[in-house]
Design a protein. Sequence first.
Length: 414
Amino acid sequence: MIINHQTIKNDFPILSKKINNYPLTYLDNAASAQKPKSVINSIVQYYQEEYSSTHRGIHYLSNYATERIENIRSQIAKFINAKSEKEIIFVKGTTEGINLVANTWGKKFLHPNDNIIITEMEHHANIVPWQMLAEEKKLILRYIPLLPNGTLDVTKLPFLINKKTKLLAITHISNVLGTMNPIKQLIKKVRETSDAVILIDGAQAIMHKKVDVQKLDCDFYVFSGHKLYGPSGIGILYTKKKILNIMPPWEGGGSMIKKVSLTKKTTFNNIPWKFEAGSLHSSGIIGLGAAIKYIQKIGLNYIENYEKKLMRYTLTLLKKIPNLILYGTDNKIGIISFNLKKHHAYDVGSLLDQYGIAIRTGHHCAMPLVSYFKVQSMCRISFAIYTTKEDIDRLINSLIQIQYILNNKKNKIS
Ligand SMILES: *Cc1c(COP(=O)(O)O)cnc(C)c1O
């Protein structure tokens, strides 16, 4: 298939907007991606013609909506190659998925002095739930260290693992540096030396590359719909069936029960519904189904190759800008963080905004990683399938102008 990137851009209505009289150059995709027309239309159509409560009613609309939701569960299972659709749980997003694991599996199976291994490059969503659990259950947290090139020092792993290691929770791709972690090899190593359970934070990986949970052999895989061109407020927690079967429920309420009485013990629904208390975010699920259909039409292998080429192109140009510091240089996809020497990331980001260029500045919800590089904030650009060389050229030209403006300002003041 020959893919025309202008056609892809046209699929995303928001990208034709002007910001400050400049065409929008949206480079904040690691925070959230924009939505194609097909996703927006699927939600409109659902509310206009098909909407009802799901998993409850006996009437036509409710049955129809329920069937659609359950079909999308199967579609998602196929998308990540899960063995069964029963292994797919609808959650609000990556954050809720990880908290669900900490509060169910974690609370039941972890004991004082057990240890959990995470890494120095995690998003706060994959640090804080474990810290909270560690404090409550007297667990020990261990960290795989970072190297200056932005990769993990995996040679340290054998020194961190022992019989008391119960969990490895690690990001597939760093949300700050774009580093792709060698997940498959890491999982293999962990399996050889311990019975630890493995959770992968796939919030970034899911939009940049093909994910196969059976090939990876992970126990949990979590991602958010809104970073995958889908709606916000919906995400997926994949869990291997053998673990799901022994995990207690987390939130209690409607849908997750079999029988409730005021005097006898409540019995719970089968998996996966046992973990989905309350009314589902059904329009979010419909939109997520449409988003997955959209990217499958383009193909994740194509997306990965395209973004790798765009990465090489962008890095070559960024390296030519004097006094630009790049953070993490190896094994990257989709994400680049940098600073202009002597200038605050916030100033750079605000000036880029004047040219219609949307980037992210700050600590990127990964303070430990950002402080590893001895700074408080970084500028981050991140790609999506609609990012083109023209977007990158516009960024580079604007950065050169901005550096000139900021240098002159500093000189005048001093
Ligand atoms: C965005 C992100 C999260 C959090 O996702 P939410 O959708 O905000 O729950 C977690 N981990 C990584 C690596 C992320 O990029």
